[in-house]
Structures are given as C-alpha cells and as structure tokens.
Ligand binder design. Structure first.
Ligand SMILES: [Zn+2]
Length: 273
C-alpha cells in the first residue's frame, strides 16, 4: 500500500503539471472508494496552481476548485503522452497543456474528490500532525502517549496521534530504538520517546530520499521504482537473524498487522522504565 513517502514522491513527480491549464477531462470508470464526481469538467480551463500533501492525501489546487486525491491500496498517477495506450484499470484522464495525467487503480480503494467543506471536516481536520513537521516533537508525543495503554506500535500508527507512520516505519523505528512493539504506550521513558521521534523522522526522510518503495511494484509517476525496501532491518524479516545480535526475529500480530521484532534487542517491559 502506498505510504507517506510514496505519496510525497508521487506529489513531487506531478510538479511539472503546475501552471498548466486543464484542456479536457475524461472519466473512464468512476468506481473508486467513492465515485469520481460527475462534474469534473468544471476543471477545464483552470490552471493547476498548487500541489500539497497532507497525510496520505494529495491536495490539488486549481484556480477555482480544490481536489483531494488518495491512492488507496494500489492507486498510481502517471504522466504520459496522449497517444500512449490505455491500461486496464485506468480510471481517469486529465489532459493538461503539455502532458496527460492518468489515474490507475486495480483495487479501487483510492479516491478522487472535491475538497469541499464536508470532506475537509470529515477527512482532513481530524488528522494528527505531520511527522516531519515541528509539531511532531517529544513533548507532544509524550503528552499523547501518556493517556494510552495500547501497545506503542498501535499508538504510533494511529492517525490522530501522528499521520503517515505505517506498519513498515513503525516496525523499523521501534527495532532501531530497541522498544518492543507491544510495550504499553504510556510506559515509554522520556528518553525512549525522544529517540522514537528522532527515528521516525529519520526513517521517513530516508524513505522519501530513496523514492519510497514500500511495495515491490510501486512506481512513481515516471514509472521508476524506489529503493527503500532494500534498507529494511526488521520489516518482512521474521525468521531471519537480527543484524545486531543474531537472535531469530519473531512475528507478533498486533491490531491485525504483522509486527516483526527481536526478542533480545526489544525486550517487553510492562512498566515504566
Ligand atoms: Zn537483536
């Protein structure tokens, strides 16, 4: 599933569209998580004036209207020339002056919506801070975790605590700071929370720099693969040896998600350190 680094990478790869005017819009298949609105031709004649990312949403600002795009489980945007052959599962085509933008989504969990008050209030306003912003800091996180008795990994993946820390990033950052994924969130020491904030930011930045590949077949809008997956130390490595101590890595199900950890480097502590 595309995670924050992939969405950031996607947003960056769409920047060539900025300042270009929409020439035509064609919906091939409106069926996504929510149907693609049937009045997208309002975009025709408008220039794209801004592209931002909030959590895993891309906010596309046109001169008059704003849109909210989400890649869901398997969505991708592609910049291409109009004569390129359509692919199965291409849902939407937006013709800009110099290029064509196509949205492709085999599993159809993505969304293409207007960013109106309803969607702002329902989808954007409840989100916690961006992990790479200054609002996500140790003082903030300690305060948030102090009331939570769920495992730290579940707390870290909660979008109300911080956005965009998916399973891979939570698994890797907890491995790197030696904290067990099921340790009750409120029991982390001050030092552990400080290290966790630093580590989450470091690993997300690294993933963005490497083009953010959390999924083998993920490609950005240029059709390029990311390299981040090759750097993972714990995620996807259950049964392999820990790079630090050579203990066999174990897998634990937490909130329906695989959680790989090293029983030696990440001992479970039930009480505050
Ligand atoms: Zn170990």
């Amino acid at each position: 599933m595309p995670e924050l680094p992939e969405v950031e990478t996607t947003k960056t790869s769409l920047l060539p569209l900025l300042e270009q005017r929409v020439q035509a819009v064609k919906v091939l298949n409106p069926s996504l998580r929510w149907p693609i609105p049937d009045d997208l031709d309002k975009l025709v004649g408008q220039r794209l004036v801004g592209l931002k990312r909030r959590s895993k949403y891309i906010l596309a600002e046109f001169e008059q209207d704003q849109m909210l795009w989400h890649l869901g489980m398997s969505g991708s945007f592609r910049l291409c020339q109009p004569n390129e052959e359509l692919r199965k599962h291409d849902h939407l085509i937006i013709d800009f002056e110099d290029q064509q933008l196509r949205y492709h989504d085999p599993r159809r969990f993505g969304c293409i919506l207007w960013l109106d008050q309803h969607h702002q209030g329902k989808l954007i306003d409840p989100l916690g801070p961006e992990p790479l912003s200054e609002d996500f800091n140790a003082a903030y996180l300690r305060e948030k975790l102090s009331k939570k008795n769920v495992g730290i990994k579940i707390a870290l993946m909660d979008n109300h605590v911080v956005v965009g820390v998916g399973n891979i990033y939570a698994t890797e950052s907890l491995f790197n700071i030696g904290v067990h994924p099921a340790q009750p969130a409120s029991t982390l020491s001050k030092l552990q929370v400080e290290k966790l904030v630093v580590e989450v930011k470091r690993i997300l930045k690294q993933a963005i720099e490497l083009g953010g590949s959390t999924l083998r077949d993920y490609t950005n809008a240029m059709g390029e693969n990311g390299y981040f997956q090759q750097t993972l130390l714990a995620y996807g490595r259950a049964g392999e040896m820990c790079v630090n101590c050579e203990t066999t890595l174990e897998n634990l199900k937490l909130g329906q998600r695989a959680s790989v950890f090293c029983p030696q480097c990440q001992p479970l502590k039930r009480n505050k350190a």
